[in-house]
Design a protein around this ligand. Structure first.
Ligand SMILES: Cc1cc2nc3c(=O)[nH]c(=O)nc-3n(C[C@H](O)[C@H](O)[C@H](O)COP(=O)(O)OP(=O)(O)OC[C@H]3O[C@@H](n4cnc5c(N)ncnc54)[C@H](O)[C@@H]3O)c2cc1C
Length: 382
């Protein structure tokens, strides 16, 4: 019996489930595929700002993993992995269970780094894990509305921070003077890595939505958020959308990691140290070229990782005598990625290389792409 373990139900692994559901495995040696992920739902981050702004219901923004796994013939274990020993080909779950594998694929995303906000007296809500943020959003909104006046500071001015600040502002009322939303970045400014045109458009939209932007790094102190400019903010609550960190349990995994602790992979998304281990999405670091950590790449790499996992299974589950080599595919990230940013109301901004457009049509376009993504992986739960 061979065993393949998929760790995390992330954006890329959805494609692996879909691939196995559409084209069941036929191997010479019996093969078991397991997925280990803590929740039965995978939230789609692209729709989170629309959920916060009130355009979607929670059930519209997530994939139910159970029926998809069932159709794919995969056993779904709702638990978290807390350790991997890649030399012994074994993973450890939070309940202490150890499970051996022949092929492993890791798609567990990243966590929000809130270490420098740890002294905060105000509640700090990290954007990730998304389910945790979503659970806290409605009680938070109710409290803010009951209190009558409220100040949210969104720390992190990348795409996620901007979309979240605009969505929260929309939910509280763009023109309401009772509420204040501040967006705080670093000296890299708004949307680092995006073109000047899109940054200009976003700055205008932030101004129109009464969101102040400060390009000064914030550190939490006893008195509030101290910005590097010397300004002190005293928000009621801090939303953290600062960069992602790798899971700390990877440190002891014996897998080759990059200097920040992410799994070092080649163009096939295969570990550079262990050929039977793949990693994809935010948790990996490509060694052959720079690929940004974003949902776009996690989604686009999905069909490639599905092919590569299938090839690895076919190879290791064929009889010794008939064992053949199955070719792996490279994930070639496009030079320019298309980003569609939602801006609170049903209005969106396109960022594509140096080009930028905006309008209600962008939001409709994004809505169509996002709802089709959910539909593609939705199966009827019997
Ligand atoms: C508000 C917001 C908006 C965004 N908008 C965009 C956008 O418009 N475009 C874009 O390209 N990117 C966007 N991003 C970034 C995008 O969310 C991430 O890059 C993307 O989610 C990464 O996908 P992933 O598959 O690596 O991991 P995830 O989607 O985070 O999935 C990880 C999965 O692994 C599971 N897991 C975690 N730990 C464990 C464990 N120990 N054991 C087992 N399972 C585990 C989790 O429960 C989850 O199911 C946005 C992010 C946010 C927060």
């Amino acid at each position: 019996m061979k065993r393949v373990i998929l760790v995390g139900g992330g954006h890329a692994h959805l494609s692996v489930l879909d691939d196995l559901a559409r084209n069941p495995l036929r191997t010479e040696t019996p093969t078991e595929v397991l997925m280990i992920t803590p929740e039965a739902f995978q939230w789609y981050s692209g729709m989170l700002p629309g959920l916060i702004a009130g355009h979607y219901r929670p059930t519209e923004c997530r994939v139910d993993l159970l029926p998809l796994a069932k159709e794919a013939g995969i056993n779904l274990i709702l638990d978290s992995v807390i350790g991997i020993n890649s030399n012994r080909q074994c993973i450890c779950l939070s309940d202490g269970t150890h499970i051996k594998y022949d092929v492993l694929s890791i798609d567990v995303g990243s966590s929000t780094d809130t270490s420098w906000l740890s002294l905060s007296k105000q509640p700090v809500i990290p954007i990730k894990p998304l389910d945790n943020f979503i659970d806290r959003w409605n009680p938070f909104l109710d409290r803010a509305k009951t209190q009558g006046s409220y100040h949210i500071a969104v720390v992190g001015a990348g795409a996620a921070g901007i979309e979240l600040a605009l969505a929260a502002r929309h939910a509280l009322g763009n023109n309401s003077t009772h509420y204040k939303v501040s967006l705080i970045g670093t000296s890299s400014g708004l949307l680092p890595g995006h073109g000047k045109n899109v940054i200009r458009r976003i700055q205008t939209i932030l101004d129109q939505s009464n969101i102040s932007f400060s390009p000064h790094k914030a550190t939490a102190t006893d008195d509030g958020l101290l910005l590097s400019s010397g300004e002190l903010l005293a928000p009621d609550c801090i939303f953290a959308t600062t960069g992602g960190t790798a899971p700390d349990w990877l440190e002891l995994s014996k897998l080759a990691l990059d200097s920040s602790g992410f799994v070092a992979v080649d163009a096939y998304h295969r570990s550079i140290s262990h050929k039977n281990v793949f990693a994809v999405g935010d948790v990996c670091a490509r060694q052959d070229k720079y690929v940004a950590r974003s949902g776009v790449h996690a989604v686009h790499a999905g069909p490639i990782i599905a092919h590569n996992i299938r090839s690895s299974i076919m190879e290791c589950a064929s009889k010794e005598s008939s064992r053949e080599k199955y070719a792996l595919k490279e994930y070639n990230a496009k030079k320019r990625s298309l980003y569609l940013l939602s801006c609170g109301s049903r209005y969106g901004v396109v960022s594509w290389g140096g080009f930028s457009f905006s309008g209600a049509w962008v939001w409709k376009w994004k809505n169509r792409i996002d709802t089709n993504f959910i539909k593609r992986f939705s199966r009827i739960n019997e």
